[in-house]
Design a binder for this molecule. Structure first.
Ligand code: FAD
Ligand code: SIN
Length: 519
């Protein structure tokens, strides 16, 4: 099937939905999403969204905290723009129907604090902020007559001059995006979506690693598509590991214990119940994430144990049960009463700071292709994202991209000469087990050699092992009917390759990139 839409959006998390709602008054919008619409990192977000809402805080302080967490390599102008725009974007979320908790009097937002923040500035909805944001935006999108939301549609590749038979390299000056090819997961048909403007909002790539807080859909599809289309990517060496995921080895994704709990007074402790963060940073358990995750990693290696503890008991029973109901219930379900017991925790891959390089308007190096949310790289996070700045970045850049798209779209014609996907001569791939096993191998390689602490030797080893997996998988791809698992595996391999390549090129320890050879 062939479709023509003014605005094509790939992804139905906070970034995709925010963009769709903004452009919808101007034309036909189609949102493709590979699973159920609500599934994505957005709905798992716990802590909240950072913004300066009152005079007790200041833009300058939030800017400074972001720059410090980013370890000196944030784009300062982007930081300033994002943080100053935040209150307007928050008010829009509220207008779309998103509820944030209010304080006791009910006239101000209740604000939390997280690692690296010098003030209480995190708007939240209990400890399930993302679920509330996703609910509000999804309901608003479903109500809009110009928005069509198509679930179980897997975008395979963006369409460029390459698909018209032209040679496209990373030096080709004016690569253009004409839309995407997408697999209908119910019929296995590959459809052609032509668009005036396309937005990638495909989220992160946490599944490159074995232990991740991100859902199974986070397989770096947008980044891999842009890589194949020869677009510009940046900063992928900065994979953020969240210090405190619940240690419950069989569970995937790893359940998060929000940093807001440390903001409320919970303390990291070793297996003997002793605090240890004083050895690493004077901000103790509330130091920025890269520092805390490295400290935990080191303590785990010193003790030879798989987990440490977060002690939340001082927060008090009432506050824990009312303020963190999701975490309380989750822990109780596996026999941990957080009002009485310490919580076993370990770091888990959580957030990709790098991605598709975009300008201030959210436009990528490929014409008519925008990106927003976790798949993009705006320059806001530098070497390490400040907690709760991700949801903020997603709404700010969805807005900027929408404004730019509205400006541009009328002057862009559909590229009707684009051919349909050619699937001739492909055999049905019956070796699903190979795909599952290869994915596991890839995750092991990345976790063992490209984790929190790296070295030249580890990166080289990862690269060599990945190369073998890459060749085997390309061979399978060339012989097989395209399926979602196979496509995701190729994308994960591409992302792993890019992380290793950029990590090897970064010859300085900064933010989340830490190599023993650069100490
Ligand atoms: P997502 O919400 O991940 O959505 C991606 C969408 O793209 C999905 O709809 C998916 O189906 C679709 N998609 C992907 N690939 C394809 C494809 N090939 N074809 C079609 N559709 C596709 N950040 C904060 O700021 N504050 C927090 O408190 C916070 N807590 C977090 C807690 C957890 C457990 C996790 C995992 C992350 C947290 N983050 C937090 C990070 C933040 O939630 C994410 O970065 C953000 O939600 C990403 O939004 P997104 O719209 O970019 O992507
Ligand atoms: C958390 O709640 O700790 C996650 C916040 C974030 O990833 O920004």
């Amino acid at each position: 099937m062939r479709y023509e839409v003014d605005f094509l959006v790939v992804g139905s998390g906070i970034a995709g939905l925010s963009f769709a709602l903004k452009v919808a008054p101007y034309g036909k919008v189609c949102i493709l999403t590979k699973g159920d619409a609500a599934e994505g990192s957005t709905r798992y977000a716990q802590g909240g969204i950072a913004a300066v809402m009152y005079d007790s805080d200041s833009f300058d302080k939030h800017i400074q905290d972001t720059l410090v967490a980013g370890d000196g390599i944030c784009d300062r102008e982007v930081v300033e723009m994002t943080i100053r725009e935040a209150p307007d974007r928050i008010r829009e979320l509220v207008q779309y129907g998103v509820n944030f908790d209010l304080d006791r009097k009910g006239d101000r937002f209740d604000l939390h604090r997280e690692g690296g923040h010098s003030e209480f500035r995190i708007l939240h909805h209990k400890d399930n902020t993302g679920e509330e944001i996703e609910r509000g935006l999804l309901e608003a999108a479903r109500r809009h007559p110009n928005i069509e939301l198509k679930e179980r549609q897997f975008a395979i590749d963006i369409i460029t001059q390459h698909h018209l038979g032209q040679r496209v390299t990373k030096h080709t000056p004016d690569i253009e995006c004409y839309g995407v090819y997408a697999l209908d997961c119910d019929t296995n048909r590959i459809d052609t979506y032509l668009a005036r403007v396309t937005l990638l909002a495909t989220g992160g790539m946490g599944n490159v690693y074995s232990t991740t807080t991100t859902p199974v859909i986070s397989t770096g599809d947008g980044v891999a598509m842009v890589h194949r289309a020869r677009g510009v990517l940046s900063d992928l060496e900065f994979m953020q590991f969240h210090p405190t995921s619940l240690y419950n080895p069989a569970e995937k994704p790893a359940f998060l214990i929000t940093e807001a709990m440390r903001g409320a007074g919970a303390i990291l402790k070793d297996r003997n119940g002793h605090e240890f963060m004083q050895k690493y940073d004077k901000r103790l358990s509330l130091a920025p994430r890269d520092i805390v995750a490295r400290a935990i990693d080191n303590e785990m290696k010193l003790s030879g144990k798989d987990y440490l503890y977060l002690d939340a008991r001082e927060i008090g029973k009432k506050h824990l049960i009312e303020g963190f109901p999701t975490i309380y219930a989750k822990c109780l379900s596996i026999g941990i009463d957080i009002t009485r017991d310490m919580i076993p925790i370990r770091p888990a891959a959580h957030y990709q700071c790098g991605g598709i390089k975009v300008d201030r308007r959210g436009e990528s190096s490929i014409h008519h292709l925008f990106a927003a949310g976790e798949c993009s790289c705006t320059g806001l996070h530098g070497g390490n994202r400040l907690a709760s700045n991700s949801l903020l970045e997603a709404v700010v850049y969805a807005h900027n991209a929408a404004m730019a798209a509205i400006d541009e779209y009328k002057a862009i014609d559909f590229k009707t000469e684009v051919p349909d996907w050619n699937a001739e001569g492909m055999v049905l791939n019956e070796e699903m087990v190979l795909i599952t096993q290869t994915k596991r191998e890839l995750q092991e390689i990345m976790s063992n050699y490209v984790g929190i602490v790296r070295s030249d030797l580890r990166l080289q080893r990862a690269f060599d092992r990945l190369n073998l997996i890459f060749r085997e998988t390309e061979d399978l791809y060339n012989r097989s009917v395209l399926t979602e698992p196979l496509s995701e595996l190729r994308n994960l391999i591409a992302c792993a390759y890019l992380i290793i390549k950029m990590a090897r090129a970064r010859r300085q320890n900064v933010g989340l990139h830490y190599s023993l050879d650069l100490v």
